[in-house]
Design a protein around this ligand. Structure first.
Ligand SMILES: [Ca+2]
Ligand SMILES: [Ca+2]
Length: 306
């Protein structure tokens, strides 16, 4: 980076730090005005930088949420509100934060390189609820597990992918993000679109947040909970929330069980989606945030801006 650009980046960072606690509008107006005066960047680069700046604002918001609400996250909290487009000079910003721990974490299916049969069964249950073939659980387990032995019920290891027109190998490690599913046998665009509202790929094994999980995921994870009962639970949850696991467990019928370590009422992982218009340019950004250390702003696990 040239000195002037580095100075600009530093100024940008300082501006973000200084105003993160203030309203987003104020921050974005300040940044866009500063940048126009400096005349350093094109509209598109500017739009991308505003996506990054907006991302830092969401990090500050989630940090503050943990500080004020403790280990408790539900759809009634400020972070869960979809932001209406915020206009600023020469553009606007829109975005949302989505809890990822209310979704089924596909990487839970493999622990330390080996299949976790309980989680694999839960994913099969989710596939069945969504009307998708059970063998998708086998091909995905093979994609993630460390070994090269295909699941007996319809898995796929290197031999399958090597024989493709554009050959490649199985990852044999946790999914980095959901886009990677496109590489896995059977996960065509239609399947991925059907799964998307219910699944995620997180860098650690995670418990399910029962305050934000959709009925389909609750029915997949809780043994003996059918979809109708899960829908009834979600309807009752609307407007109230579970304060702890016992609160949730007391709402289950006699036949429904789930180990306490597989559920919780808070979340560490959030997906941020931001759209910025600046001048004639548009930029869209997504980032996965990990709030695993409550003493600092959430870490950015990955960020995509385009
Ligand atoms: Ca919270
Ligand atoms: Ca494998």
């Amino acid at each position: 980076m040239k000195g002037r650009q580095r100075g600009a980046a530093l100024l940008m960072a300082m501006a973000i730090m200084a105003v993160a606690a203030v309203a987003a509008t104020t921050m974005l107006v300040a940044l866009s005005t500063w940048s126009r005066q400096a005349g350093l960047v094109t509209d598109h680069v500017q739009a991308e930088e505003l996506v990054v700046a907006g991302g830092d604002w969401t990090r500050a918001m989630l940090f503050d949420d943990r500080r004020t609400s403790g280990d408790l996250d539900h759809d009634g909290e400020p972070w869960a509100l979809r932001l209406p487009p915020i206009p600023f000079e020469n553009g606007e910003l829109a975005g949302r934060i989505e809890d990822q721990q209310g979704l089924f974490n596909l990487n839970n299916m493999v622990r330390n390189g080996k299949l976790d049969v309980t989680q694999y069964t839960r994913f099969q249950r989710l596939l069945s609820i969504l009307g998708l073939p059970a063998e998708l659980a086998d091909t995905l387990a093979d994609w993630i597990d460390a070994d090269g032995t295909a699941q007996p019920a319809g898995g796929a290891e290197d031999a399958y992918y090597r024989a493709l027109g554009h050959p490649y190998l199985t990852a044999n490690r946790p999914l980095v993000d959901l886009d990677e599913l496109a590489m896995v046998r059977g996960f065509d665009a239609g399947v991925r679109a059907q799964l998307k509202p219910f699944v995620t790929a997180l860098p650690a094994t995670t418990a399910l947040n029962v305050n934000t999980a959709p009925a389909e995921v609750l029915a997949a994870v809780v043994d003996g909970l059918d979809l109708d009962s899960a829908r009834a639970l979600v309807a009752r949850r609307n407007g109230v929330f579970y304060r702890n696991n016992a609160d949730f467990l007391s709402q289950l019928g006699n036949d429904a069980t789930v180990p306490g370590h597989d559920i919780r009422v808070g979340s560490d992982y959030f997906l941020v989606t931001l759209r910025v218009t600046y001048g004639k340019a548009r930029a869209r950004g997504q980032m996965l945030l990990a709030r695993t250390n409550p003493t600092r702003w959430p870490d950015v696990v990955w960020r995509k801006v385009r």
